[in-house]
Design a protein around this ligand. Structure first.
Ligand code: UD1
Ligand code: UDP
Length: 400
């Protein structure tokens, strides 16, 4: 057990509880951390201190607002055009100062962003145990996704408790020499977040989207942002979308554009003036999941969207050459198509015009979670800190 009594805080009447600090900074981390933060706040076993780095700003605040999370600390590091080194150094420096004053008994980091790896390194330097949520994902290529594959591997080296979403990610960690007692298979908390929002029928802020929902027209939902796709590949994505829009006038392409100006400058020019393309600001999570449930096909390079869409039975074309999320590919709901313009046009056309192919892919599968990841996460952390025990794992039957 890692709890240092000096750091433990009296929170509830007569009870000393360990302090735990979730650290996150981008939209996907915020979405995946939200159910865990809520579960920690609901538990009387911990003092939960939420710290955000502000690697994202609008896209982070949008999620925290939806889930009613008010950070205790905000490092506010975002700079336009920030480099990876900017994010790394500003996060470590900010956390260094914070830990000197307020040292938690453990930190939680999520996934593979630079915030998460910087958070893990800063904690490690202070002797604070690291809990890694969404541990063990591997594409097998250090440069793709860049820098995320390296981030994950670095974080794994200094993690005390590895919370693997699936048995595949657990196997990756075991193969790298992580001890099995330090791994718990939880499912992915993105499914917890999805289950709590998708059925709420949250109204769209943009009236065009509400009209589209009422029209019943077929929707191709597109998101793109990956660093390794920026530049030529992303310009090709823009051209492919323009060709699809021209060839399929009954289809509506919905593209909530990432805030990164580099992404917008590459993708959007080819789409100007297309009446069946709707480009929006990033949608609030509740609106996005509703749009996901309305979509006919999803075209994306996002990690989180790859995990959510399969549970809604949506065919997903992933604009990447590889994936660290093979489970839905194996299940047949996700196809990797890369970023070649011709290939994108062909694969969307095939899904639109070959009903047998569409039906084969449009299967609802849940390889990534059952909605109980945050419960398992909190139990595993309680065990790490000596105030509880882990519970049954995702996809495994454990006799008690
Ligand atoms: C980051 C993560 C990536 C994750 C993605 C989720 C790293 C290295 N990358 O990539 O793993 O998949 O978030 O979206 O950690 N910006 C804003 N406002 C925002 C967000 C972004 O203005 O709310 C702009 C800024 O100009 C910023 C740029 O977008 O410089 C890029 O943001 P950054 O976090 O560096 O990279 P992402 O591509 O978003
Ligand atoms: N998302 C959102 N609004 C949008 C687009 C995406 O809330 O306009 C959500 C989506 O449901 C998923 C997450 O953002 O949970 C994915 O974030 P992103 O694609 O930026 O990052 P990645 O998952 O690739 O790291």
């Amino acid at each position: 057990m890692y709890m240092s009594l000096s750091a433990a805080k009296p929170l509830f009447w007569g009870k000393i509880v360990p302090s735990i600090m979730p650290i996150f900074g981008t939209r996907p981390e915020a979405i995946k951390m939200a159910p865990i933060v809520h579960a920690l706040h609901e538990s009387d076993e911990f003092d939960c201190i939420v710290t955000v780095t502000g690697q994202h700003r609008e896209m982070l605040d949008q999620v925290n607002e939806l889930f009613g999370i008010t950070p205790d600390h905000d490092l506010d590091i975002l700079q336009p055009g920030q480099s990876l080194s900017d994010i790394m150094t500003r996060t470590i420096t900010g956390l260094d100062k914070l830990f000197a004053i307020d040292k938690p008994d453990a930190v939680i980091v999520q996934g593979d962003t630079t915030t998460s790896t910087a958070g893990a390194i800063a904690a490690f330097y202070h002797g604070i145990p690291v809990v890694h949520v969404e541990a063990g994902l591997r594409s097998g290529n250090l440069y793709s996704p860049f820098p995320e594959e390296a981030n994950r591997k670095i974080t794994s080296q200094i993690t005390a408790l590895h919370l693997a979403p699936t048995s595949t990610s657990r196997a990756n960690l075991l193969a790298e020499g992580v001890h099995e007692k330090d791994i718990v298979v939880t499912g992915n908390s993105v499914i917890d977040a999805l289950f709590t929002t998708v059925d709420k029928q949250i109204p769209f802020t943009d009236p065009q989207l509400e009209q589209l929902a009422a029209s019943g027209r077929k929707i191709l939902l597109v998101t793109t942002h990956r660093r390794e796709n920026q530049g030529d590949a992303m310009r090709g994505v823009g051209r492919a979308l323009a060709r699809i829009a021209d060839a399929e006038p009954d289809l509506v392409i919905v593209l909530p554009a990432h805030k990164n100006p580099v992404v917008r400058e590459a993708v959007l020019p080819a789409l100007e003036g297309k009446s069946n393309v709707i480009v929006t600001e990033p949608l609030a999570y509740g609106e996005f999941t509703r749009m996901l449930s309305l979509a006919h096909i999803v075209l994306t390079d996002s990690g989180g969207v790859q995990e959510e869409a399969p549970s809604l039975g949506k065919p997903v074309l992933v604009m990447r050459e590889n994936t660290e999320r093979p489970e839905a590919v194996v299940a047949g709901t996700v196809t990797l198509i890369g970023t070649d313009e011709e290939k994108i046009v062909t694969e969307v056309d095939r899904l639109l015009n070959d009903p047998v192919h569409f039906d084969t892919m449009a299967n609802a599968v849940n390889p990534y979670g059952d909605g109980r990841a945050s419960e398992r996460t909190v139990a595993a952390i309680a065990e790490l800190l000596g105030v509880g025990h882990r519970i049954d794992e995702f996809g495994m039957t454990v006799s008690v």
